[in-house]
Design a protein. Sequence first.
Length: 307
Amino acid sequence: MGEAIKKTIREFLLGGGADLAGFASPDTWDARGEVPVENRPRFLWPPVRTVITFGIQMPLPIVETTPSVQHRDLYNTCNRLLDDLALRLTLWLNRRGHPSLPISRDGYSRVDVLLKKPGAVFAHTYAAQYSGLGHVGINNTILTGKFGPRVRFTSVFTGLEITADPPAHDNICIRCGACVALCPVQALVMSRKDLRDKEVMLARYDGKRCALWAKALTKEGCYPCGICIKVCPVGLDRILYGREKTAAHYRKEMAGIYAGIDDPLYRAWTAFRRYGSTLTDGGATPEEGLKRFFDETGKNIMEGDHE
């Protein structure tokens, strides 16, 4: 169909709160072969002619407080907005005679289920890449030019055939390795040789470790983790917030917090984490409680002793 309906749908999404929107053909999943057949759009809903994917940014200063209740609330709010907008677009299309359906942004009920049955029925990561919104970085998430990986995505399947956007081919991941080095439970594994080898596209991802860490944070009341999202240097949002050069700052964060270094952001992040969860309990000071949690829980997960 012509560009007019595409423009109208994009305006609908951006006007409804989305920051990014793109269109992909289900043929791309079949042509690429990167996704199992049962998780491709045409297998899930044979009438699909177009996959519409859109995202909402996660403002960097709140992401930087992770793990915190403020970060948890931001994550949940973005998810609710995405699901709401996906349903509204679906109804808008249905009422105009174009059969459509929304796909929820996560696709699992809780972390315990994810541990037993890893994965979701549909990966918005590939949908975002195939619709030209970004490219998967070594941290296994979509990196976008505007927000790096600090974006949440969801998708709508429609029987309306719309001209697809070209898939993203340029990988803007700079392969700095910050996501690998700073993961609290070493759920991302990549050697220096791998980082230098441009043919190695993704870090090896230990989903069980990541999910166990998420479960531990959930128990404290401050899921998800998102540290690999926080430390990624890619994204124009860093210019907006004056956070272009942060690698050294992130690498020194935990040591700085433990040592009581008089850094405005370290102090602020501790204050955010002090309230609304039990993450910083268990020590004489919030910093000691945080250290206890990261040291003990992280060690147990990496050693395989965490329940």
